[in-house]
Design a binder for this molecule. Structure first.
Ligand SMILES: [Zn+2]
Length: 282
């Protein structure tokens, strides 16, 4: 996609979002100053810490992911070489590691070569997702800090996917937008299902001998589950699929189904936005 095309698309998405009640002021950057947006989210744990950002890795033998978001989802600005160093360090200490590049952040779509490579449907989805973040900050003001990250992400994802479906309705990308939403909703539900099963594995249980199930058995069960997850999720959400993978995706997806329940019978996209920006609905 060329710059002109990107600017046209973003200005039309801005208008579409604004008409539905989203804050799209300052939604996108207009110049390609930063070739790439070097922001990364790295997940993981509490046994091995790594230099200045306090990035923490989960040892492979640890059977329970740590879902404490403050420790597990630092967004860091770093060049690719630095990220490669972190990966190498994780391997060195036999730690689990999952890392994903941010395409957009902080309620704004940065023009980058990565963003231009996305499909049109994805670009619209990202833009409306980020517009929701900007909107929730405006609506809830200081209260937003008390609101859960999980609720906000779940809502932003819904607004992005359903917004794209509505934006492309009656165009030649209508089916693509619908497929994009269905695909990701299915993946999210699978992630939630696997997290639920992991929680069951970790829960305190006693075996037939009335003794607590030993950690070795739980680790074996976890490995079985991860094998299944690797088949079902494939590389649609990034790899490797390990504790760190689930720690990354859990905060984004854990409230998604609940947020979708709140809007699935909305009469139009404006009502979707209205319901998700009403404090009582959170
Ligand atoms: Zn978000």
């Amino acid at each position: 996609m060329q710059l002109e095309e990107y600017l046209d698309l973003m200005s039309s998405v801005s208008e579409f979002g604004m008409n539905a009640g989203l804050n799209t002021q300052d939604l996108y950057s207009k110049t390609l100053q930063n070739e790439t947006l070097n922001l990364w989210v790295i997940s993981v744990s509490h046994k091995t810490s790594l230099d200045n950002y306090g990035i923490l890795y989960s040892p492979r033998d640890e059977y329970k992911p740590n879902f404490n978001r403050q420790l597990t989802l630092p967004v860091i600005p770093a060049p690719l070489e630095q990220i490669e160093k972190y990966k190498a360090r994780a391997l060195e200490v036999d730690a689990e590691y999952f890392c994903k590049k941010c395409i957009a952040s902080g309620g704004k779509v940065e023009l980058s070569s990565d963003f231009l490579k996305l499909s049109k449907v994805e670009q619209v989805e990202y833009a409306l997702h980020e517009a929701f973040h900007a909107t929730s900050k405006q609506f809830f003001g200081r209260k937003v800090e008390q609101l859960s990250f999980e609720y906000e992400e779940g809502s932003a994802l819904i607004v992005g996917y359903l917004g794209a479906v509505n934006y492309f309705r009656n165009t030649n990308l209508a089916e693509d937008a619908e497929r994009h939403w269905q695909k990701h909703f299915t993946l999210a539900r699978k992630v939630n299902k696997f997290v639920g099963e992991l929680e069951e594995i970790y829960a305190f249980r006693v075996g037939e001998d009335q003794r607590p199930v030993p950690q070795e058995q739980k680790l074996r069960e976890k490995e079985e589950l991860l094998k299944k997850a690797r088949i079902e999720l494939s590389d649609n959400l990034g790899t490797p699929i390990n504790n760190a993978f689930f720690i990354y995706w859990h905060p984004f997806y854990c409230e998604l189904e609940q947020m979708y329940d709140k809007v699935k019978n909305a009469k139009d996209f404006t009502e979707v936005v209205r319901r998700l920006t009403s404090f009582e609905n959170w």
